[in-house]
Ligand binder design. Sequence first.
Ligand code: E4P
Length: 219
Amino acid sequence: MKFFIDTANLNDIAEAESLGILDGVTTNPSLMAKEKISGDKAVMAHYKKICDITSGDVSAEVISTDFEGMKKEASELIKIADNIVIKIPMIREGVKALAWCTSQGIRTNCTLVFSPGQAILAAKAGATYVSPFVGRIDDIGWDGMQLIEEIAEIYEVQGYETEILAASIRNGKHIIEAARAGADIVTCGLSAFESLLKHPLTDIGLEKFLADHAKAAGK
Ligand code: E4P
């Protein structure tokens, strides 16, 4: 399973990259706004900075909600770097834009997916990635991970090549469950990845190893 970081924060991206396990980056307009990046030029420049940090795929989301607008944005965004992937919402015009991008050889990430039917449409349109939002489904009292399982089963049965990018992943437990459910990728904030690192027995064990080593060396 691949790890993408879900942020527009350059320090967090650089930190994740330095761990040596980063496979890509996802952003969205809310994450850009959180970093106070606004205006077409600034947004494009920020994507360029992200692409300079990582060679993994970087999802850049369109703002337009009409086919022509999405096509125009996709055509501009892909000029930024070879690792840009166009993030397109699962709406009627978005499906058209996904299919158009596929026909042009432009890689895509279909976002805001909340049902198996939407995931089938994304795969039919040739999306490179499909992003089911696990945490937001949990937020309304449903089971986000069940959606990952259902999509994984359908894609396996149908032989779809679209990769399942489990999104809206909020913690380490989500990451582990997504891996078990058949996600190809998870995307989440740096703290969720870091939470996988921690175990009290690791700290206690290391302390003991180092103490024994020091004792044996007569320190
Ligand atoms: C996915 O690409 C989205 O950017 C993201 O995972 C949404 O997560 P949230 O529900 O925590 O905002």
